[in-house]
Design a protein around this ligand. Sequence first.
Ligand code: NOJ
Length: 510
Amino acid sequence: MTDQPWWRCAAFYQIYVRSFQDSNGDGVGDLPGIRSRLPYLQELGVDALWLTPFYPSPQVDHGYDVADYVDVDPLFGTLADFDDLVADAHQRGIKVTIDIVPNHTSDQHPWFRNAIADAAHPDRQRYMFRPGRNGGPPNGWTSAFGGPAWTLDERTGEYYLHFFTREQPDLDWHDPSVQESFDEILRFWLDRGVDGFRIDVAHALFKDQDLPEMVEPEPRPPFGDWLSALMQPELHPLYRRWRRIADAYAGDRMYVSEITVENQETIASYVAPDQLHLSFDFTLLHSDWDAAKMRGTIDQVLTTLGSVGAPATWVFENHDVTRLPTRYGGGELGRRRARAAALLLFGLPGAAFAYQGQELGLAEVDVPDEARQDPIFHRTGGAREGRDGCRVPLPWTSEPPTFGFTEGEPWLPMPQDWGPRSVEVQERDPDSTLSLFRSALRLRPRHDRFAWRESPRGTMIFDRGDLTCLVNVDASELELPDGELVLASEPGITTTLPPNTAAWMRKGTA
Ligand code: NOJ
């Protein structure tokens, strides 16, 4: 144990609430379902949960369209269920962090309904309504989900901005009432005992008020560094203000930001000591299985964030990207690489995020088009597949058709051959991916010490105090140094690491 704040080295587990565990047979996961699985999460060994949005919402973007920031959607339960979940999680030593979605609301939020119903209503100032130009929208900004980022308000002839779907109007953070409302929203949940917030599109809140053109690169890249009208200087005082709000509470409450840019200096500017605590690192998530590239990325992240005293925050999977075994080539190869990546994820210094199902080694599901729900699929006319394939509900038992997820019809179809991937089956197998995750979470180092060792091309080796993490990405066999083999990503590893595997060794106790 160390005396640093818990979040600096925590292992977080992301729960996509719709798909974790259903408790009432409606085919959608819910808060009581999560509560019933706390023993599983405790045994897995995670320190904290991140719950995706469970607020009242029309679910156009599956909860990232919030109609009320201070309640629970009946689909997921009640505020009392939330309180029970937090209390039980805390009792088991698990922290609870929640998603906050400040960039946009749902178009069904009372603020937006007021804004649309009456152009003179004060709530209209909370949104980005702007006059059109040359008979079209104010500028050529595009939505991250395809199509223009502006929709005409026919009654007034003005346009409103939405960086996501038209049902997700962007708030105007230059309006003081927006800032004040969110102070209250944060306090509402902090008062209820949450340990922190994951801030959705944290770099986007303020827009350059001159609305300068931004030309979307083709194809749209995974990183948003080109979005020059975002990342405005006003964000820094805002996040200092949010930090003061969290710091007024006991218990090291924290923020982790979703800032989807590649430039680490930009990210570091938001995690200076008086602003946010953590920010996801998406460079490993978007990196190929390539030792030199991954090592370069790790170096850059550690050096740049280290210069402002912030820990790194490693991520390989979340609810927006293709599952890792599939990204890494699929099949047996993808599975081996994803298992090796788990030892990298939990071997690196800093905070680590795992996404539900990653511990089961789940591959991306090929959801039939007629069952797809993601607005990205529908808004691009199918040109972009969308994110349903990584959001399919979890298999708990080996029994089809719903594998213990629900007694009803799951909101996305579950592959019928998922039995062997289920928790029930993997729990009994010491060589399963689930068993590997459990061991890695139990044995992972929880201090800041880190040093690279020179290693052959195609490999990465680094020391974490007396533990050495070795990853053979694509070299021929890598000889293991003297010492105790603490954990290996595949069974049968003794003296050498084949390609696509990883191991943790302890020095000098052979
Ligand atoms: C990022 C979230 O992770 C994603 O799921 C969502 O669609 C967008 N932000 C919009 O809120």
